[in-house]
Each structure stands twice: as C-alpha cells, then as structure tokens.
Design a protein around this ligand. Structure first.
Ligand code: ADP
Length: 655
C-alpha cells in the first residue's frame, strides 16, 4: 500500500500552561464582571428608590390624616364659638338657633344637624340643613356609600358660668371628605377611604387609570375606625424592567464573548507560529551544527555575530569566546596578522573573491590549519546588506595530501637524478679503472726500476711510492663505487677503526694546516677489530672530517676539531657499539635535523653536491649501525656513527 502522507518535519508540539491557555477568556470575564457590577449597583439603587418611595407614601398619608384632623379641629372651634354665644345671650328655641349666622354657615359648610340639649338631655333647640342645600364637593372624590356619621360636641354655659348642656353638631364623614382638598395627591395615588368593615366609602378612582404599585393603608383613629388607602399610579421602575439597559448589558456580554473568541483564535495562531518558529530554529541550529562547513556571520564592521559549532571545533574556541569579537581574531597566526588584516579589509570592502581564498588559521591548542574561505553578503529582508556570511572549509587534509604528493614527486625526481648519477658514476668508474690500474702497474714498475738504478735518490723513490699508493687507493674507491652501483653486497674485511680515523684526518692535513685547525684525537686503544666494508667506512669518516673542516674554515676565530673513538654499551639491551665522534666548534646545526642534512642534494656549500651525509648514513645503516647529529655542548656540531660490536673480528687488518 502506497504511503500517502508525507512526513512533516516541522510538526511543533504545543504545550502551554493552564493560565496561558485560559487567557483568551479574559475579555468575556471582564465583560461579565462589569455587567455584574452594573447589575449590583442598579439593584442597590432600586432598593434606595423603593425605600424613598415608601417614605414618601407614609409622609403623604400622614399629611392627609393631618389635613382631616385639622379640618375637624376647625369645625370644633366653630361649634364652640356657637356654644359660647348661645349660653351668653341665653338664646332659646329653634328660630333663635337658626338665626345665628355661624349656625347657618356651619350647616352650609358641613353640619347637617345641630342640637342643643340641656343637662337633663332635653332638647333645647335644633337646626337642620335644608335637604336641597348641597355641600360644596371636591370634584375628584367619588362617594361610594354614605350614611356614616359622627358628632362634634361643645359644652354650653350661661353667662354666670352655670352649665347649660351640650351643643351637638352631626356631620357625615363623606361630607368631611368631600370638603378635603386631595388634588395634590390625585395625580400620584388613587386615594380610597374604607369603612371599618372594609368597604370603600369614597375614592378618587377614575376609569381608565389603573394604579400599579403596592397599596399602603393607614387607619384613621379619629374617623370611626375608617382607613386611608393610597395606591400609587407609578411605582419606582426596576432596572430589570428597562429593556434598553438589559439590551446594553447583554450586548456587552456578547461583545466580551466575541472578543474572547477572537483572542482565542489569535492566541492559538500565535502559539502555533511561535512553536513552529522554535522548532524551525532548533532544526536550523542542529543542521548548522552538523554541517561540515564552518559558518560565521559578521556585521559591516567585521564584528562576529554568529558562529556554528563546526567553526568553533575548527579553531578550538567556544561560541561565547568568539561572538562579539572584532579583528584581529584570536585564531589568526601571530606572524600573519598583517596579511589577515588585509584580507579582512578586502572582504569588508566587498572585494573578497567569489571563488574564495585560502589562508592559514591557528587552533587554540597551537596547531595550524589550512582553510578556504568563501564570503558572501548577508542581506536583510528589506534587501539591505547588513554584513557578511563566511563559509569556511578545513582543507588541511587536502593540503597535506598535496604536500605529500609534491614531496613524492620530488623524491621520485631525486631518485631519477640519483639513478642517472649512479649510472654516470658507474660508467666513470669503469672508464677510470683501466687508466688507474695502468698507473698503479707502471708506478710499481717504475719504483722497482728506480730502486735498482737510483737506490740513493730517496726523494724520487718517495714520490713514485706516493703515486703508486694513491693510484691503488683511487682504484679501490673506483671499484667501491662500481660495487655500490651494481648493488652487490659490501665486501667486508677486518678493519682497524683507529687506523681508518687517523688516515682520514691525515688526508685532510693540508686543509687543516692551512685553516689553522687544532685537532684533538682521542682514540680508544682497546677498540675491537670490526668486520666491515673498509672503503665505505673510510669514506664515512673522511666525509665527517671534511664537513667539520669545511664548517671551521668558513668561521673566524679559534677552530678546533675533536675526533674520538670508543666502545659504548647500550643500556637497554646491553649490546655494545663501537662509536666514532667527530665534533667541531663551528656554526653548529642551526636547528637542522639529521634527516634534513641527509636529504639528497641538500647542501649549503657553493660547490657542494649534497650527497655526502646521505651516503654516510646508508653506509652506517648497511652495517647495522646508525649516524646521528646534534649541536655540541659548547657550540658547534657533533656527528657520531656507531657500528655494532657483533661485527668485530679478533684478526686485525694491516693496511
Ligand atoms: P656537501 O658536503 O656536499 O654539502 P653533505 O651531505 O656532506 O654535502 O653535507 C650537507 C650539509 O650539511 C653541508 O652542506 C652543511 O651545510 C651541513 N654540515 C655537514 N657537516 C656540518 C658541520 N660539521 N657543521 C655544520 N654544518 C655541517
């Protein structure tokens, strides 16, 4: 079955804590909180208004009662005035009573009957309101049932102070109510007066105007247990009944909810974006760190802004060490700071070669590395150049391989030249052998002839002898060269090393004398006889002595040459060696190693071939020994070669 889902490397895992996860609810919670506060405040406000309204209701009912009581008091006062006039003037009979203007006014006003009774409850006089005479009535009050009546009572006294009975004024409660001004209440309340049985005596109710509020009833003690009832037309409105307020609050909650929803979506988006960017950054970081190429970002002034792990590993410094540095940088080799600075200025000027440039850096631990640097501009999202990005490749290994190849080719070329040289030497040796043999034979014959004919001419004999010896020696060397080039085994014979050393120094006598070189020989008389290639060893010693003499000749001041032979024990394996040491107080090795000095064609002399030491070393090694070189303790050079004693032979060769 084919895989249809592509791998998604940038799948961020979103883990956010609870507080952040519920943060989006904040606008809704704020809106709900605000609405709750407004509702609470409105509720408190409503309660206050209701309390104030109730207080007003109570105060209004008390005002009505006070108004009625005031009216009663006024009627009593009027009645008392009538009673006092009645007693003072001894008025008698109904006619007299009716004739009194105060009585007429009272009847006209409220009273519907006036009776004067004496002390024995006998009616002295009476006056009644004419049935046709209506009591002026308030237009607002509608009488529902009448008949409830009450009396005002006033005592009557004669002028001499004797009691003359009582004056009673009967009135109907409804008439009293009719006379009461309720206009100030009408627009606010429906006013009802109830009998003691609870039935409505009088009311201000009008058709089409329905009271809404809750009733308030106040018993009127001075009116025969009747009750005043006030029912408000308008009671304080609750905020809950205000639809626009409710709509406003609901709208606010909805807005909070919508804002929360929007915030939630936005937060989810941002959280995902942040997680994605973090994941991408981590991916990028690990990719950069695992890259084989070192990366470094720099600002236009050359300050390091960023380095990856590979670059840190290359130079041995941490990211913390490098970021923020400006040139010269710590991994620049101290002896190349000027060159590196020039490269750096070139790069910052935008002139770095696009094909990169090679340079050498120094690792923190001291080793150097060859690097190839490619610089490219670092560009911002607006397209502005904000620095340089360098990619650095460690090419040390490649360089080493190149160097190895170069050296190999050089060695091959040297070998080829040596080969040619060997061929020429072999050819020359072959060519020289014949004439040298002839010279040796003729000089031997000449010597014999001279000994017979001129036995006393010693000078001549000595000269001929020298010619003969040197011709033989030259022949030996030529034969040795021929053997070397034919790669045949060295011809070993018993050798007296001390004699060979003395002979080699003797050979150089002329140069030693001319250059005023002091020679100190210290030859071990107990030196064993060695089985060795005599000509080869002689060449070896002669070359060391010649080199020492050459080094001393080129040097001013005192010139001394030490030559020493001795037996030396190797501490490690107890094998003993025969050792020859050639030391001088010349310029010394000046830091050059034996390998360098033995390199083929290495020479500091104008007419030197640079082959001598290399041949010396191979002669020593072909005998199982070795050639070493070091600076002498008090200046100059010290060469020593050692041959294993195992090649010694008790038979001494007699040269
Ligand atoms: P050549 O004698 O032809 O130069 P060699 O192989 O014998 O070749 O010597 C190589 C080089 O080693 C010399 O050119 C010289 O620079 C150096 N050398 C040899 N012996 C000494 C010495 N005793 N003191 C200083 N340098 C020396």
């Amino acid at each position: 079955m084919p895989i249809t889902t592509a791998p998604q490397p940038f799948q961020p895992s979103v883990q956010v804590n609870l507080v952040k996860r519920t943060l989006w609810l904040l606008p809704l919670l704020l809106a709900l909180g605000f609405v709750g506060m407004v509702a609470y405040w409105a509720e408190v406000n409503d309660a206050n208004e209701r309390a104030m309204f109730q207080n007003t209701l109570v105060a209004d009912s008390q005002s009505v009662e006070a108004q009625l009581i005031g009216r009663q008091d006024m009627e009593r006062t009027k009645l008392r005035e009538v009673a006092s006039r009645l007693g003072a003037h001894r008025l008698d009979g109904d006619a007299a009573l009716k004739s009194m203007p105060e009585v007429a006014a009272g009847l006209d006003r409220l009273w519907n009957r006036l009776v004067w009774i004496d002390e024995d409850n006998q009616v002295m006089a009476r006056a009644t309101r004419a049935a046709t005479r209506p009591v002026s009535a308030s237009e607002d009050l509608h009488i529902q049932s009448s008949g409830q009546a009450d009396h005002f009572v006033a005592p009557v006294q004669f002028a001499d102070g004797r009691p003359a009975g009582q004056l009673l004024a009967r009135y109907e409660i409804t008439d009293l109510l009719k006379n009461t001004d309720l206009a100030w209440l009408n627009h606010r309340y429906q006013v009802d007066f109830l009998s003691e049985l609870g039935e409505v005596i009088a009311t201000t109710a009008v058709a089409g105007k329905v009271p809404k509020g809750s009733r308030y009833e106040k018993p009127l003690a001075s009116f025969k247990e009747s009750t005043l009832r006030l029912t408000p037309y308008e009671s304080p409105a609750s905020w809950k009944g205000n639809s626009s307020t409710l709509a406003l609050l609901a709208g606010l909650v909805l807005l909070g909810g919508a804002a929360s929803q929007l915030l939630r979506r936005e937060m989810a988006h941002v959280t995902r974006a942040v997680a994605t960017s973090k994941t991408e950054a981590a991916w990028r970081q690990s990719m950069e760190d695992s890259a084989l190429v070192g990366l470094r970002a720099r600002d236009p002034s050359g300050r390091i802004l960023y380095v990856n792990k590979t670059l840190c590993d290359m130079v041995g410094y941490s990211r913390h060490d490098l970021v923020g540095l400006i040139p010269p940088l710590p991994f620049w080799p101290p002896d190349a700071i000027d060159d590196m600075m020039a490269y750096n200025m070139n790069t910052l000027a935008g002139d770095a070669p696009s094909s990169g440039y090679e340079t050498r850096w120094k690792h923190r631990d001291g080793h150097t590395l060859d690097v190839m640097i490619f610089e490219s501009p670092l560009v911002s999202s607006e397209g502005v150049r904000i620095g340089w990005m360098g990619s650095i490749v460690d090419i040390s290994e490649r360089k080493q391989l190149e160097e190895k190849d170069r050296r190999h080719i050089e060695v091959m070329a040297q070998h080829a030249r040596l080969n040619d040289l060997g061929l020429i030497a072999s050819e020359l040796a072959h060519e020289l052998n014949q004439p040298l043999t002839t010279i040796a034979s003729y000089s031997a014959g000449l010597e014999l002839a001279l000994k017979k004919r001129l036995p006393n001419d010693l000078d001549l004999l000595t000269a001929v002898d020298a010619v003969h010896r040197n011709a033989r020696k030259a022949g030996d060397i030529v034969n040795w060269i021929r053997r070397q080039s034919s790669r045949s085994e060295p011809k070993r014979a018993a050798c007296d090393l001390n004699a060979l050393v003395s002979g080699s120094v003797d050979q150089r006598k002329r140069q030693i004398t001319r250059s005023r070189i002091q020679v100190h020989m210290n030859l071990d008389a107990e030196l064993p006889v060695l089985m060795a290639d005599r000509i080869g060893i002689e060449q070896l010693v002669a070359n060391l002595v010649r080199n020492a003499a050459d080094a001393l000749t080129a040097q001013p001041g005192e010139r001394t040459l030490w030559v020493e032979t001795r037996v030396r024990q190797n501490a490690a394996d107890e094998e003993s060696f025969v050792e020859v040491v050639v030391r001088d107080n010349g310029p010394g090795l000046q830091g050059r190693t034996i390998d360098m000095l033995c390199s083929t064609f290495y020479s500091t002399k104008t007419n030197g071939m640079g082959l001598g030491l290399g041949i010396c070393r191979s002669i020593a090694e072909s005998h199982g020994g070795k050639l070493t070189a070091q600076d002498a303790l008090h200046g100059g050079a010290e060469f020593r070669f050692s041959l294993p004693r195992s090649s010694s032979n008790p038979q001494k060769e007699h040269a």
